[in-house]
Design a protein around this ligand. Structure first.
Ligand SMILES: Nc1ncnc2c1ncn2[C@@H]1O[C@H](COP(=O)(O)OP(=O)(O)OP(=O)(O)O)[C@@H](O)[C@H]1O
Ligand SMILES: [Mg+2]
Length: 193
């Protein structure tokens, strides 16, 4: 576990050290990769996240998805099932609040929750990844739980990890519950596993 802890600290520092200009460029390059992704035109409901802690910023992508009349969903920490996420419809007028991690999320409104199975694509944040598609997150197991059903039965949205190139590591020390990703997008590469 401590190897995972050290790796998280190291890669989180690395991505927080990116300049505003590097972040801006990365977000634009990510948008271009998503615009040319083979699955995007058929996707109607897309889960994203709001960037935090130096993560690659999906906001330009979110604005483009809205312009394309697609529905955007954001993760919300489940109010009473620990370690789980809900996905809420996100629009330019969604009321926002800060969750227990001080991350901005849509205010909980059960009428805006979508079942995971109704999403078409899920862009997944990561702390670190390797060339086999292994993913290390922030340590809450939220996405592992969200993706467990997809991994077992191929039900629900295909997860596509998104990250800066500098978040690639030689090997993520995997645990049994970690869900590897079938695809990863970085500014410089589209990985398929
Ligand atoms: N499918 C699951 N069911 C039950 N517990 C799980 C599941 N997946 C992960 N966990 C638990 O969650 C905890 C954190 O997992 P892990 O360190 O892999 O988080 P992470 O992948 O870095 O975080 P995240 O998925 O939130 O980005 C672990 O203690 C693990 O036992
Ligand atoms: Mg994990």
């Amino acid at each position: 576990m401590s190897e995972r802890h050290t790796l998280r600290q190291q890669i989180r520092e690395r991505r927080r050290a990116l300049t505003a200009e590097q972040q801006h460029l990365a977000a634009q390059q990510l948008l271009e990769r998503i615009q040319s992704h083979p699955d995007i035109s058929a996707a109607r409901r897309v889960a994203c996240y709001l960037a935090n802690d130096g993560e690659i910023n999906p906001l330009p992508t979110i604005h483009w998805l809205w312009a394309e009349k697609k529905e955007v969903y954001l993760p919300v920490v489940h109010p009473f099932t620990p370690g789980h996420l809900l996905f809420l419809h996100y629009t330019p007028t969604s009321p926002m609040v800060r969750n227990k991690f001080n991350i901005e999320e849509p205010e909980l409104d059960m009428s805006r929750v979508i079942p995971h199975s109704a999403l078409d694509l899920m862009f997944t944040p990561m702390v670190a990844f390797d060339a086999k598609g292994n993913r290390l997150g922030m340590g809450g197991g939220y996405y592992d739980r969200t993706l467990a059903c997809w991994q077992q039965h191929q039900l629900g949205p295909k997860p596509i990890g998104i990250a800066h190139d500098c978040q690639q590591v030689a090997a993520v020390p995997n645990e049994a519950w970690d869900v590897p990703l079938p695809e990863i997008l970085t500014p410089s590469k589209h990985w398929r596993f």
